[in-house]
Design a protein around this ligand. Sequence first.
Ligand code: IMP
Ligand code: MG
Length: 189
Amino acid sequence: MKEIVLSHDEIVQICTRLAKELEERFKNSNTIPVFVGVLKGACPFFMELIKHYSLPMKTDFIQVSSYDGTSSTGVIHLKQDISIDIRNKDVVLIEDIIDTGLTLSYLKQYIEIKYNPKSVTVVTLIDKKPLRRVDFKCDHVGVTLNENKFLVGFGFDYKEVLRNVDYVYVPSKKEIAELDKLISKDSKM
Ligand code: IMP
Ligand code: MG
């Protein structure tokens, strides 16, 4: 039996609620908000969330990396920047998970300093609390996780694999060992 943390139905419910919260936030705004997804992990969450948001919005993406296998390296690399002009616009930064907090605090600061937007609102599907290294406030949270579990599925990867599963779960040691074998074989092809 898999240890499921979020079923697909739960994810859809969460996205519906978060989209309504964002509609409340922007319904009286005189500018069009730009939703910026953090590649690659936030993609499935981003796509599900925007389906339930019914006001005008624009989409963009930014890519960073900090994870190596199952833990954060603490060093953040910007791999791809946004492409839309967000000066004086409301930015909604959409991330799959906040763990140490380093990625989101870096990204929020980077966007604020470089582009001077009207606002930056941060949304995360999962707020994983135990390994927080910087105090970071997320404006909209899907669910809070108080245990330090390594998750896969719905955008969460183990060495780039398993992002395509449509729910979030904790992989077993056996599954990780089998994947390691497959990945090692694949890298030699
Ligand atoms: P932070 O900088 O430590 O807050 O980490 C944020 C990033 O680490 C996320 O965008 C994910 O890509 C990755 N991450 C954190 N926890 C997990 C996990 O449980 N599974 C897969 N990736 C994770
Ligand atoms: Mg991520």
